[in-house]
Ligand binder design. Structure first.
Ligand SMILES: *Cc1c(COP(=O)(O)O)cnc(C)c1O
Length: 456
């Protein structure tokens, strides 16, 4: 849909909302439809149970008004698009998907479910013995879940030579040591596309190790990079096969790179009963015939809040207006632009790409190799000082926004593509700015090295 089409559809939507309010009085208070009716409508009238391959020009909202109050929980739209296995879908016997508010909340939810499952399986365990496993590259959601739940968090170190990914061996050693000390590992949070450098943990190796620890839940946090799995060619990099084989739960944010406005954080679990066993506190006032008969999915027992927004509507609109192909095009363009950016960096001798560009993220820093002919050797400390000065110059500008990170002590700059309207021209402009500030930072540091013999 182009901008003018959007304007027109927007006016139509407002008209419909106003008409709806005028007609509200005449509508029955109790929904006149059976649970699951919307899915059937999709099947028979809109043929949109699966996201369409191509964009749909005429999106119509011509269902009866009560649909505003009926919740639709289709998890298939997103899950099928990403290639997740059938065992993660609501249509399966045990699994299911649910939209959470954020990846951090999704992580707390799975930690609660994993803890509850573990305590039921090990009635002798004490809560203070339980440990959540993360790596030094895991998003702060791991530490936060530990804080909220009052549980210990173990942070496993990862190595630069492994591109900051968690390997099976490091996990095995840590688990063995901790179990020897009486600790009880109950969940590990692995990442596909870490925030710092886009690292992808070795899920296959982790899955093999966890075969020896069947009570440990494997949550895969792919908040940023999970949407790349919409493109078949990135499923290998994102380790989809291992996710389908080993993950107990998997989450990705459509509100980051996935074209949907905040919030739309998707969570899929292998066994939805583990969520409801931990979180079902349905009070009497909310017990309905359908609840008792177990014919409806009560998402209030799958997340922290009681009420829910109708967020799947946003997902439906986006996938319907872009089509799966349009969605893939958006992801591919982001990755191609990042590759183009990385190619510009490679032609500049004094910039080093720190880890291989991951999806649409490049992490780099200044390493003055070509022009550095001073008596003082380049130490890590000097490099960090140089790069902090370089980054300070970039952040002082109002025409570019980059972020910083520290990878095992190395201060680095992050460049991520993801906006819908970014083009090659924007990358070129960004590169000119980066180059300009890099040259000044290098020159400044050389002057300082020369005048003070080694100290920048
Ligand atoms: C952004 C991000 C998060 C946090 O997402 P929220 O939805 O804001 O909680 C977690 N993990 C990774 C890998 C991320 O990129």
């Amino acid at each position: 849909m182009d901008i003018e089409g959007f304007r027109k559809a927007g006016y139509q939507a407002i008209d419909r909302i106003c008409d709806y309010y005028y007609s509200l009085q005449k509508l029955p208070v109790v929904a006149q439809v059976q649970p699951g009716y919307l899915a059937k409508v999709y099947h028979t009238r809109l043929d949109a149970l699966a996201a369409p391959q191509r964009e749909q020009s005429g999106i119509q909202l011509d269902e009866q008004p009560s649909m505003h109050r009926a919740g639709d929980g289709r998890d298939g739209l997103g899950g099928e698009t990403l290639g997740l296995g059938d065992h993660f879908m609501n249509s399966s016997a045990e699994g299911g998907g649910v939209i959470q508010t954020t990846a951090s909340e999704a992580c707390i939810v799975v930690c609660v479910a994993a803890r509850s499952l573990y305590m039921r399986q090990h009635p002798d365990a004490k809560l203070e013995e339980l440990v959540i496993y993360t790596t030094s590259q895991t998003h702060s959601l791991g530490v936060k879940a530990g804080l909220v739940l009052g549980l210990e968090v173990r942070i496993i170190d990862v190595k630069a030579e492994d591109d900051f990914a968690l390997r099976g061996e490091a996990l095995r050693t840590t688990l063995e040591t901790d179990v020897g000390k009486g600790k009880r590992p109950f969940i590990i949070i692995a990442t596909v596309g870490t925030t710092s450098s886009g690292a992808v943990d070795r899920l296959g190796e982790i899955g093999e190790v966890l075969k020896e620890y069947p009570s440990v839940w494997l949550h895969v946090d792919a908040a940023w990079a999970g949407v790349t799995m919409a493109c078949p060619e990135y499923r290998g990099t994102a380790r989809l096969e291992d996710i389908n084989k080993f993950a107990t739960s998997f989450g990705t944010n459509f509100h980051k790179w996935g074209l949907i406005n905040f919030d739309a954080s998707m969570l899929w679990v292998r066994n939805r009963k583990h969520l409801t066993d931990a979180l079902d506190v349905t009070p009497e006032i909310l017990r309905s015939q359908q609840h008792i008969a177990g014919v409806v999915i009560d998402y209030r027992n799958w997340h922290l809040g009681l009420g829910r927004r109708f967020r799947s509507l946003k997902v439906w609109f986006v996938l319907r207006s872009y089509g799966v192909e349009g969605f893939r095009k958006h992801i591919r363009e982001g990755i191609a632009l990042n590759e183009y950016f990385a190619s510009l960096l490679r032609d500049f001798p004094d910039i080093s790409i720190v880890t291989p560009p991951s999806f649409a993220l490049t992490v780099f820093r200044l390493v003055p190799c070509g022009s550095w002919d001073h008596s003082a050797p380049i130490t890590e400390e000097l490099l960090n000082m140089l790069n902090r000065a370089f980054y300070a110059r970039l952040s002082a500008r109002s025409d570019i926004l980059l972020t910083q990170t520290v990878l095992n002590g190395m201060f680095c700059v992050r460049f991520a593509v993801g906006a819908t309207r970014t083009t090659v021209e924007h990358i070129d402009i960004a590169w000119e700015i980066i180059k300009e500030e890099a040259l000044i930072a290098l020159k400044d540091s050389e002057l300082k090295v020369d005048s003070s013999q080694g100290v920048i």
